[in-house]
Write a protein that binds this ligand. Structure first.
Ligand SMILES: *[C@@H]1O[C@H](CO)[C@@H](O)[C@H](O)[C@H]1NC(C)=O
Length: 725
């Protein structure tokens, strides 16, 4: 044991008491394991040490530290490990006058000093969607506990700029993933106005990659990813600007996060122009070395206008990964719009408190009021960055397969949840449900890839048909199940329509698959009074994913409005995408319960399997949640409670906090959390010191007693490993 600084006996006892309170109990009270190996101090030099070792039948394995008189002696004859000292050899070395000091070596219990998975950022306790406050959350802590933080992944936020010198963003800011297409220069710094209306991009960037453990604001989902800003929304937006933004540095940027599109006014039907469409196609075919750029898209804020994101050609593109929104209570926020193109969902607001999404804000600030569907997409972009770190070889299609498989219906509320032909629950508001980051990285790591994409189109209408109040048209999927390029498992299904109608918004359009799944392509849009109909508009649904396309598909058009509506369907082409492999069996590993190996009489888990080694109440986790620290217990670990004053901690005492909860501040010197009101820091310290002093006195008395008895018995019972001659 290292020498302690010169302290009085009482202070020293106090130090010991504190150290014992803080240290993990792993080493305490456990007997040592002795090796047939000694450290020996011999002043006379290496030759003398060698001779001495030989004289006692030991091997001299050389100097321990170059230039220092310590030598490593070893004996082959003695068994490698023992629970007691080797009395005979220790006696011989004791009697050897040239040995100034020796110590038989013991096995030292050492653990890697890993910082807790829970970040210490002062606002992390407000990040309810990822800090275990609600169940289920996005399960980010689980992904972090497996070591994924977005390292090596580059995300670009296509928005109104990014405050690149923000202290919580600057460390991860990537100028190569940034550009200003509004002013045509490389600097995406937002334009500052009195109303701060250009704060959106900075807020989205922080959700993805705000730095962690730096004492500023909260933590981004992928807090070691690099993030760039593409300034494009603060000016006139043209097809050229969109295409430039979507095709910026496709070999450097991995993920593009976008929260914009045509007006969400419930009456617009619009999509990418020629150049933007080309940028998407080139992105997925050539970006990321041919694996495909990842375009993460917000579903849209048109909920209050009864809008439908299938009337938005960006969200309903097969090349974008469209993200819906949910509140903390599992409800649909009023702004969120639904459609069959949504793949997955992340949280975006919390009704029960004013705490929304926590992220970086303009003027080097921090906010907890970021919300809207555009708060959801960056959270998904961050989670996908974690998946790309776990497996950088994933293609754009692999990621969509994985996101579908690792989204969970959980407790998300909607009337339209339905089970599709392969047994998966899917909704027009949430897609396949709440994205689970822990599950996603786990499944991404082991994903064997997907066979090439097949596309098969069926022209299902040969003569125009009157729509009237209702029209059904069938399409035969069997040609797509035959031949060398057949589809066994579907991915995206598109319906390309041309029709005229007296009031477009009154027409509800659904598609039913051969396996019996019905997906609504567009629902009633009361504000859409257009008489233009749909001109070669392409709807998309993700609800048939993994189904077999063979058989009869049925398109149904239904008038949900005025009885006098009339129209004519002139074209219906069914585009089926998928692969020739049966993908149904690719399911995520069952999570949770199987991991507890042993329970106590109350049902609390006492021992967990190695994949989720931390016992927390009835369950096993891959980390200890906030307000808990990991404490080794026998073969396993338990998540023990921190002192109530701490938010995160390294031990049970009030002086082992690593971050503090709401309304208290972290004291660097004492590692404690102090509430601004109530007792002052000094008083807190004194009231803390009192039990320490009492404890110290007791320990000191014990030591004095023991020394007294040792002296009586001639020192033989003193537990000392070393002897000084
Ligand atoms: C498609 O379905 C038809 C009718 O059920 C069946 O006869 C045919 O064998 C199926 N084709 C394939 C490739 O499964």
């Amino acid at each position: 044991m290292a020498a302690r600084p010169a302290l009085g006996p009482l202070a020293m006892a106090a130090v010991t008491a504190v150290a014992m309170a803080v240290a993990s109990p792993a080493g305490s009270g456990e007997s040592s394991v002795y090796l047939s190996s000694w450290a020996v101090r011999v002043a006379a030099g290496p030759r003398e040490a060698g001779g001495l070792a030989q004289r006692h039948g030991l091997l001299c394995l050389g100097q321990v530290i170059e230039g220092e008189p310590y030598y490593h002696f070893k004996h082959r004859g003695i068994r490698q490990k023992a629970l007691s000292r080797h009395w005979g050899w220790n006696m011989r070395l004791t009697k050897e006058p040239k040995v100034l000091w020796f110590e038989q070596q013991t096995v030292k219990r050492r653990t890697k000093r890993s910082v807790s998975v829970v970040p210490t950022d002062p606002w992390f306790h407000k990040q309810w969607y990822m800090n275990n406050d609600i169940n289920p959350d996005l399960n980010i802590l689980s992904a972090w506990s497996k070591g994924y933080t977005g390292l090596g992944v580059v995300v670009a936020v296509l928005d109104d700029g990014v405050e690149k010198d923000h202290p919580d963003l600057s460390a991860n800011y990537d100028p190569l993933a940034s550009y200003d297409f509004n002013s045509n220069d490389p600097d995406p710094q937002p334009r500052y106005t009195p109303e701060d209306e250009n704060r959106h991009g900075t807020r989205c960037a922080g959700e993805v990659a705000a730095a962690a453990n730096n004492g500023i604001c909260g933590a981004g989902v992928a807090y070691k990813a690099r993030v760039g800003g593409v300034r494009m929304l603060d000016g006139l937006i043209t097809d050229v600007v969109e295409a430039q933004a979507l095709s910026l540095q496709p070999q450097h940027i991995h993920i593009y996060s976008a929260s914009w599109g045509p007006w969400d006014d419930g009456r617009t039907v619009d999509g990418p122009g020629v150049l933007a469409a080309e940028a998407f196609y080139r992105g997925v075919t050539q970006g990321r070395g041919g694996l495909g750029s990842i375009f993460v898209w917000a579903a849209g804020n048109g909920g209050i206008n009864y809008d439908n994101c299938n009337c938005d050609g960006y969200t309903n593109s097969i090349y974008t990964l469209t993200v819906g929104s949910a509140t903390a209570g599992g409800h649909r926020p009023s702004y969120a719009e639904g459609c069959s193109a949504i793949l997955t969902t992340t949280y975006s607001s919390r009704i029960s408190s004013n705490m929304q999404i926590v992220t970086t804000d303009l003027h080097h600030g921090c906010t907890h009021t970021h919300t809207g569907t555009s708060a959801s997409a960056p959270l998904a972009a961050g989670i996908i960055a974690l998946a790309l770190e776990a497996n950088p070889a994933l293609t754009w299609r692999d990621l969509q397969h994985l996101v579908i498989r690792t989204s969970r219906p959980a407790d998300l509320q909607a009337e339209d949840w339905a089970v599709n032909g392969v047994g998966q629950k899917v909704s027009h508001y949430y897609g396949y449900g709440l994205l689970d980051a822990g599950l996603l990285v786990e499944m991404a790591k082991a994903w064997p890839g997907t066979r090439p994409q097949q596309k098969c189109s069926v022209n299902a209408l040969h003569t125009p048909q009157n729509i009237g109040s209702e029209l059904s048209v069938s399409a035969d999927g069997s040609p797509c199940s035959k031949g060398t390029r057949h589809i066994l498992s579907l991915e995206h299904v598109q319906v390309q329509l041309s029709l005229s109608y007296s009031r477009r918004g009154d027409l509800e359009i659904t598609l039913t698959s051969p396996m019996g799944t019905t997906s609504t392509l567009v629902s009633l849009r009361p504000y859409d009074t257009s008489q233009e109909g749909y001109k070669d508009w392409t709807f998309m649904s993700t609800h048939f994913w993994d189904e077999n396309p063979n058989g009869t598909w049925t398109l149904r058009l239904e008038n949900k409005g005025d009885a006098y509506n009339t129209g004519l369907l002139t074209s219906f082409i069914l585009h089926l995408h998928g692969t020739d492999e049966d993908m149904r069996s690719r399911r995520p590993p069952a999570a949770g319960t199987a991991e507890c190996l042993r329970r106590d009489t109350q049902g609390a888990c006492e021992e967990c399997s190695s994949s989720s080694p931390y016992a927390h109440g009835r369950s096993c986790l891959s980390y200890c949640p906030p307000r808990h620290y990991s404490r080794p217990r026998r073969a396993t670990h338990v998540c023990a409670s921190c002192h109530p004053s701490c938010y995160t901690c390294q031990g049970p005492s009030a002086n082992s906090c690593t971050s503090c909860p709401f309304n208290s501040t972290f004291q660097e010197l004492t590692h404690s959390c102090v509430a601004p009101q109530g007792i002052s820091p000094q008083e807190e310290l004194q009231s803390d010191l009192l039990p320490v002093l009492i404890c110290g006195c007791l320990i000191l008395s014990a030591i004095l007693c023991a020394t007294y008895f040792c002296a009586l018995k001639g020192g033989s019972c003193c537990p000392r490993a070393a002897k000084t001659v």
